[in-house]
Design a protein around this ligand. Structure first.
Ligand SMILES: [Zn+2]
Length: 539
């Protein structure tokens, strides 16, 4: 019995099945698909029905995991009773797989009883198809010879898991010595290799190899937004919530803006968010524009899958822990995704800006703070908790100025609106900006620099020196093809960016040879809105 399992160790099992009513659901067709898969060098096959197995058994001696899918009352149960198991055995099955989930069934035999009878009467090993850790451990204890993650995502408990559950595999590997079959949602060779490395005995791949309909659907879906879909993009900033309709090509229309009133806390910000989205939805309805979904960019670290706020500073009181995407999705019944605002700027660059042609780049937003996003292999890198690309909190002066993150000497403490005003006042005197609010004061220094005012230029120069240190670090650590700068501090300040680029070139190891590409973003002040919508379009 165990020599069969040994033959599967470390190998790929090709699942050759078709959905009911699929044009491929035909014994001869499945047999030909299996022949092609066997010729590729798989270690085994997973097949549905005694008929398919009997046909394919004529072609190969490889281990076959056999199942019999049974649909009743709209529910699918895999190999529900002993009669089904016996048919599979007689057709030449090597291992019988069956549903060992904790679900209550109105039909078939209890799975524990089935495991026992397959062992004692059919003398074949059993693979337990399960969805959760508890189910897999229970099946292992009950004598299953292999446990599979097959049904994760397909039971009520696990519904919505549209990806392979790596935590489940790791946990299972640490808790049982029963061979684990990684099955379900494994779509790439890299994922298959990772599953073995994470402790799987073998890997079953089906749809990604043997179902042209599923494969084509993925491609069609990926290109669909290019055919005129529109989404709402929302950018929650410190002072204003901006929203608008964004086409799949990045064109923004029907924009609106409401005050954030951040200091009044979560309820108020959420109410403003609702108002902004409702306004855009109303305008879109008037123009008969169909909205496919909503993307939201917000300060704070945002968890990619759930769209919840993992952490946020006191600039947005009560924001941490908020189920942002879920809140909006429930209010408007539109699919909603969320992303950090600086990462949204990087997404806007990736889909609608100069990043389109690049494999890797960093985007840095300069304003009240210094935010960032990093794109690698054409994909936004988000990190474990959503903090990837937080370039503002790298130390450029050990023991330097205090930063609001609690450390000293962070880049953000030297390059921000407040830092610019501070530098300017050191040049022009404490009273030079008297009576002006922060935003107005920053605009004044910006205008003065553009007219060649010495004090304003000196302030910008100090910022350029600090920013160059930070960007040189980014180039040293990540070697991006480009760094794009955006935000009120740099817009219209080509000379400032030239100075930063020159300085980075001097700081950088082999800087003359690498010639760092540092540019002002060509996207405007609605980049956050575009990037938020891009997060939705990504799917
Ligand atoms: Zn910091």
């Amino acid at each position: 019995m165990h020599s069969i399992l040994d033959k599967l160790k470390g190998g790929l099992i090709g699942s050759c099945q078709a959905y009911p009513n699929d044009p491929l659901e035909d014994t001869d067709t499945i047999r030909r698909i299996s022949q092609a898969v066997v010729a590729a060098g798989v270690s085994g096959l997973r097949l549905n029905s005694a008929e398919h197995i009997a046909a394919i058994r004529q072609d190969t001696d490889l281990p076959i995991i056999g199942i019999e899918k049974c649909y009743k009352d709209g529910k699918l149960r895999i190999t529900p009773d002993f009669a089904a198991a016996k048919r599979l055995a007689e057709a030449g099955t090597s291992i019988i797989a069956l549903d060992c989930t904790a679900r209550a069934w109105t039909f078939g035999d209890p799975w524990r009883e089935l495991v026992g009878r397959i062992h004692s009467e059919l003398h074949l090993p059993v693979m337990a198809d399960t969805a959760t850790l508890d189910e897999a451990l229970a099946a292992s204890e009950a004598g299953a010879d292999m446990v599979g993650t097959t049904l994760n995502g397909y039971t009520d408990d696990t519904e919505g898991n549209n990806w392979f559950d790596w935590d489940l595999l790791r946990e299972l590997a640490s808790r049982t010595s029963t061979p684990i079959v990684a099955e379900g949602h494994i779509g790439t060779p890299a994922e298959a290799r990772r599953a073995i490395a994470a402790g799987a005995w073998c890997v079953v791949v089906g749809s990604a190899i043997t179902r042209p309909g599923v494969i084509a659907t993925g491609f069609v879906k990926a290109l669909k937004p290019a055919r005129g879909t529109a989404a709402i993009g929302v950018d929650i900033g410190g002072t204003a919530i901006k929203a608008g309709v964004v086409s799949s090509l990045g064109a923004v229309s029907l924009t609106t803006q409401v005050p954030t009133e951040a200091t009044r806390g979560r309820e108020t910000i959420a109410a403003g968010l609702e108002t902004a989205i409702q306004q855009v939805l109303t305008n879109a309805a008037e123009q008969q524009i169909e909205i496919a979904g909503i993307g939201i960019a917000s300060a704070g670290a945002i968890e990619s899958r759930s769209g919840s706020v993992f952490a946020a500073t006191d600039n947005l009181p009560g924001w941490a822990g908020f189920g942002l995407a879920a809140f909006v999705q429930k209010k408007f019944s539109l699919h909603t995704r969320a992303v950090n605002d600086a990462q949204a700027a990087a997404l806007a660059e990736l889909y609608f800006g100069r990043g389109r042609a690049l494999d890797s780049f960093a985007a840095i937003t300069l304003g009240t703070g210094l935010g960032g996003g990093y794109v690698c292999h054409g994909k936004l890198v988000e990190g474990g908790c959503g903090f990837a690309g937080t370039f503002g909190h790298q130390t450029i002066h050990s023991g330097g100025r205090a930063c609001n993150c609690g450390r000293h000497g962070c880049l953000e403490a030297y390059v921000s609106t407040a830092a610019l005003l501070n530098e300017y006042e050191q040049q022009a005197g404490k009273n030079a900006l008297q009576g002006l609010q922060t935003a107005a004061a920053a605009r004044r220094v910006s205008e003065l620099a553009k007219t060649g005012d010495d004090d304003a230029l000196a302030a910008y120069s100090a910022l350029a020196d600090a920013l160059a240190e930070g960007i040189a670090n980014v180039f040293n650590m990540l070697d991006p093809q480009a760094v794009f700068l955006s935000g009120g501090l740099v817009e219209g300040h080509g000379a400032f960016v030239d100075a930063v680029r020159d300085h980075v070139g001097k700081l950088l190891h082999f800087g003359a040879k690498r010639r760092p590409r540092i540019e002002i973003s060509t996207l405007g002040y609605l980049a956050g809105v575009q990037g938020a919508a891009a997060r939705f379009f990504e799917g």
